[in-house]
Every structure is written in C-alpha cells, then in structure tokens.
Design a protein around this ligand. Structure first.
Ligand SMILES: Nc1nc2c(ncn2[C@@H]2O[C@H](COP(=O)(O)OP(=O)(O)OP(=O)(O)O)[C@@H](O)[C@H]2O)c(=O)[nH]1
Ligand SMILES: [Mg+2]
Length: 390
C-alpha cells in the first residue's frame, strides 16, 4: 500500500500540495539561462563525436566520418526551452591549443560555466596531455574561477573490461593531482599580490566514458543536471506526481538528447539493483528513436514516437510518453490495468503544470490545482474525474 493510500486518500480527487498550482512556486521560476560550456582535449580524443551523439542524433558509427575541428565550432543548444548551452567545441590540434592559451586566452576562458575536458585513454603521450590539461586549468582559474570542471576519461571501450575500473581510478587519481598542481601554479604566478589569493576549490568530477555504451549519457546527464533552471520545482512536482499515481519511478527526459533531466524514485523503487538504469533508458529510447526513423523514413531529428508502453506480466508496467514540448516522461509502476490507465490519465492531467519547462514562464490562470485520482479509483467511467480545470 502506498503512503498515498495510507493517508486515507480514497476520494476521487486529491490535490497535490505545493505543486505548480501554487502561484508562489511560479513566482520563483527563473527565466532563460545561458551557459558557456567549453569542450576541450587533444585532437582525436572524441569531443565532436560525443557532442554529435548527444545533441545531433548521430549514431556512434557515424562519428568515424567526422573531420578534425578547425579552431572553435560554436553551437547554441536549446535545452528545455529555458536553458541555452553555448557549446564551444575547441579543436584540439596543438597549434589551436597554443592559440587558446595565448592570443585568445581572455576570449576563450572568460565567463565559462562548465569546462568538459576529454582525455583519450589510449593516448600514447600521457605526459604531454597532462601538461596541456594543467595549462588549460590554469587559464580557467585565471578567468572563470567559479566554473565547474568535468573530466571525461574517454574511449574506455578500448580497455579490457576486467581492468577498466582500475585503469580509470589510476588515471583519475593523476588528474586530481594535476588539477591541484594547476591551481598551485596560478597562486605562484601572482607574487606581487599583497594578500594571498583566496584558495581555489575546483569543483571537479570525473567520468569513464565511451560512445559505444550508456556511460556517455551518465556523464552528460550529470553535466546538464546542475545547469537546468528550476530543478527544485521540477523535483517537487515529480515527487507529488509519483506519490499520487503510486509509481515506482518517474524519469523526465529532454526530448532531443534523451538525457535524464530529473527523476523520482519510490522507496520500493530504490531497491532496484541496477544503478545504471537511468542512462540505459536514455540509450535504449534514443536507439529506438533511430530505429523508428530508419523504418518510417522520418528525419532523425523529427519526433518519431509519442507513446511507448511495456507491460511485463505480473512484474511491472511502464510507459514513456511525450510530456511537454521539450520533454518525455517515463513512468514505471507495479502491474495492473486500472493502475496503468489511471497513471496515464494523471500524467496527461499534470502536463499543464510542467509547461514552464518549455520556455517563458506563464503562470496557470485562475486558482487551479493539479488534481489526481488514486490508482484505486480508476477513470474507467467518467473521463476527467478528479481532474480540476487549471
Ligand atoms: N573506440 C572509440 N572511438 C571513439 C570514441 N569516441 C570517439 N571515437 C572516435 O575518435 C575519432 C575522433 O573523434 P572526434 O570526435 O572527431 O575527435 P575530436 O576530439 O573532436 O578531435 P578534434 O576536432 O581534432 O579536436 C572518431 O573516429 C571517433 O569515431 C570512443 O568512445 N571509443
Ligand atoms: Mg572535433
């Protein structure tokens, strides 16, 4: 029995407290946010490949055709309508790197929100790669000391599965040490300062990645997670919805990248032993989208599916459906036809309350609230029972 039912909610309609119907929450919504994201690393390390897979619907094998990036390839990726990623894909050939660190230094490293640095695990000149990395971190600290740093130890598919974890940990330890060194160099470069500069506490996260599996989605979901505006409101609303429909898990995906923007998991759902299920779902849904495109002849970037249902007998049910203009939602729940149908109706009813994900904020008119019925009340008879008007 869910907490929801335990609370004695046996009526057809139950207001979900504190969600978007609450005008205070809407007043707190933040407006459009721009983030400068630097994508750097040695030439051939895989920067443009991952960018093309995540944001341009490339298949992993398509990346073999990519040419080396000349200077900086600048793209503006609209994410969820209210976040724009200014993605600076910086060609990694030595001459370009030297140029970023000298003539273009201020231009490249100012106002950076996130630096994603990619190391090719198979590189033959590790010392040189690390020396370049130290120089890049020094420049970043000089111009954007608040920036977050994500280091991707990439092409892990080329390492034997049995030694992958150990290889990653060893390389990660070296990168952490070099990052600390880079910050130290910055301090030494300013002896003329009377006051010692404040300590730089670099926000560094490391991931083992490959374009050939779901690890890429895990890393990129973490990168965008902290950038998404209004995350706490999204999380509050997903929690309310999840509890109300008695789900085990809800995932919210951005529609083009299929990166998980936010998720909610019930106590029961937390017992799921597959810790990588989120990025696996991103990978599966995106592959499925490609397959739909192939067999329907629709362009890869077009919307190919609006609904995906899966009922696994007495084990579980799930559906993934188009939610708002910029998102898909996936709901996983215990089996049962009434519960399934009720959840689908409730998700549809909740849609207007997540409209803020699509861009400029328009608070819902009137005093409406997101109402939902319990899974036990069902919706078989009167359509819209328990749904209020917004
Ligand atoms: N095995 C393997 N190959 C990869 C992976 N990621 C990218 N590649 C390959 O690496 C090659 C170079 O990739 P790019 O993305 O063009 O490299 P880049 O970092 O953008 O290079 P520059 O633009 O010159 O800086 C391509 O042939 C990709 O298919 C990976 O995870 N595993
Ligand atoms: Mg490139």
């Amino acid at each position: 029995m869910s907490d929801f039912e335990t609370a004695g909610a046996s009526t057809a309609a139950v207001p979900v407290a504190g969600v978007a119907g609450d005008s205070v929450a809407h007043a707190q919504l933040k407006k459009v946010k721009k983030q400068k994201v630097l994508l750097m690393g040695k030439s051939g390390s895989g920067k443009s490949s991952m960018r093309s897979i995540i944001f341009s619907n490339y298949l992993a094998r398509d990346t073999r055709r990519l040419g080396a990036t000349i200077d900086i390839d600048l793209s503006h990726v609209k994410f969820l309508g209210n976040l724009t990623l200014n993605l600076w894909d910086c060609g990694g050939q030595e001459a370009f790197m030297e140029n970023y660190l000298s003539q273009q230094r201020a231009h490249v490293f100012s106002n950076v929100g996130v630096l994603i640095y990619v190391f090719d695990i198979e590189s033959r000149d590790v010392e040189r790669d690390l020396a370049t990395y130290v120089n890049i971190i020094s420049a970043l600290v000089q111009y954007s000391r608040e920036a977050k740093v994500f280091v991707l130890i990439h092409k892990m598919d080329l390492i034997q599965p049995t030694t992958r974890e150990e290889t990653f940990e060893r390389r990660a330890a070296v990168v952490r040490r070099k990052t600390a060194e880079a910050v130290g160099i910055m301090h030494k470069q300013k002896p003329e300062q009377l006051q010692p500069p404040p300590p730089v506490d670099i926000d560094l996260q490391l991931f083992a990645t490959s374009i050939w599996d779901q690890s890429l989605y895990k890393a990129w979901a973490s990168i965008i997670h902290d950038l998404v505006p209004n995350l706490s409101i999204i999380e509050t609303q997903l929690t309310s919805l999840g509890i109300a429909i008695d789900a085990d898990e809800i995932l919210l995906f951005e529609r083009t990248s299929f990166l998980v923007v936010s998720k909610w998991t019930s106590r029961e759902g937390e017992r799921n032993p597959y810790g990588d299920r989120f990025e696996r779902m991103s990978n599966i849904l995106k592959s499925w989208k490609h397959t739909c495109s192939k067999y329907t002849g629709t362009p890869r970037n077009a919307e190919q599916f609006s609904d995906f249902e899966y009922k696994m007998g007495a084990t579980f049910s799930m559906f993934a459906t188009k939610f708002t203009t910029n998102t898909y939602i996936l709901v996983c729940m215990p089996p049962g036809e009434a519960r399934f149908n009720s959840a689908k109706l409730n998700v549809a009813a909740a849609r207007p309350w997540f409209k803020f994900l699509d861009g400029p904020v328009v608070p819902p008119a009137g005093q409406g609230q997101m109402f939902v019925g319990t899974p036990t009340t069902g919706y078989g008879g009167e359509a819209g029972v328990g749904l209020s008007e917004g």
